[in-house]
Design a protein around this ligand. Structure first.
Ligand code: CO8
Length: 260
């Protein structure tokens, strides 16, 4: 399948997926979500891909939300179905087993902010604007925004942002922990690629377990989460990359990880 609403490029171990509906600020319609699901499944199984970047076409928007043309005609049953289908796609991002960087190049609103929150790392252009404006449409977030935003920035801030629907700039987003890094808009993709290249050269199995432990741990009781971490720690000891990483350190050279 060749996606029509997404651009997919590969460069070494890094795949860049660009939401490509700039006329509607890259709003997510059903076609885009279906294509994204398929692209993510392909990338998950592609061992040559070690890191993924998600970004938006043009310089105005990352993703300005779900497509309001579709929302305007939804029914109770289609609304629930679309929300759940979208939640599954975002869960695929979160559980892809490799880091996914959101390179937020402009508006990340509603479903766009929710999508960014499912990513492993969020880097924003200084011109980016983020928010959950669903309340202004008489809606609530439907791609798990009420849950991920509260987990990322705390319940109080999430409540205020979702109830007011206000947009925040990149600096405020960094201050509250919604994004981790803000860079000049002109260098966003260079910075994202630099970070992606660094992650792509790391030990993939260890990275997969770090993502799993950090994401799943908070859903468990603390002692269980620690046992989970210890089990994953034990599992990485079975990898050639662990032997290579420790050996390279002792031999004072750079490790060459193979993913085995
Ligand atoms: N859906 C459809 N079209 C959109 C969207 C959108 N989300 N956002 C922008 N567009 C379109 C505009 O209609 C406009 O089209 P046209 O040129 O034909 O008039 C074009 O993109 C350019 O937009 P603007 O002219 O409005 O550009 P501005 O610079 O004036 O404003 C904004 C930019 C502030 C981003 C403005 O476009 C805006 O407010 N957009 C809507 C943002 C929004 O409310 N997003 C949340 C949507 S709800 C949601 O995401 C719920 C997610 C969970 C859904 C679960 C079930 C599916």
């Amino acid at each position: 399948m060749v996606p029509e609403t997404l651009l997919v490029e590969r460069d070494g171990g890094v795949a860049t997926v660009t939401f490509n509906r700039p006329k509607v600020l890259n709003a997510l319609n059903t076609q885009t979500m279906n294509e994204l699901r398929q692209v993510l499944l392909d990338l998950r199984h592609d061992e040559g891909v070690r890191c993924v970047i998600l970004t938006g076409a043009g310089d105005k928007a990352f993703v300005a939300g779900a497509d309001i043309n579709e929302l305007a005609v939804q029914t109770p049953t289609s609304g629930k179905q679309h929300a759940m289908a979208g939640q599954h796609v975002l869960e695929l991002i979160e559980t892809l087993g490799k880091p996914v960087i959101a390179a937020i190049n402009g508006y990340a609103l509603g479903g766009g902010c929710e999508l960014a929150m499912a990513c492993t790392i969020r880097m924003a252009a200084d011109t980016a604007k983020l928010g959950q404006p669903e309340i202004n449409l008489g809606l609530i977030p439907g791609y798990a925004g009420t849950q991920r935003l509260a987990r990322l920035v705390g319940r109080g801030r999430a409540m205020e942002l979702i109830l007011t629907g206000r947009q925040i700039g990149a600096d405020e987003a960094r201050q509250i922990g919604l994004v981790t890094q803000v860079v000049p808009a002109a260098s966003l993709m260079d910075e994202a690629r630099k970070l992606a290249g660094r992650l792509a050269a790391s030990a993939p199995v260890a990275m997969r377990y770090i993502i799993e432990a950090v994401n799943r741990g908070p859903e468990m009781a603390f002692p269980d989460a620690c046992v989970f971490e210890a089990t994953l720690f034990g599992l990485v000891a079975s990898t050639e990359d662990m032997r290579e990483g420790t050996k390279a350190f002792l031999e004072k050279r750079k490790a060459a990880f193979t993913g085995k």
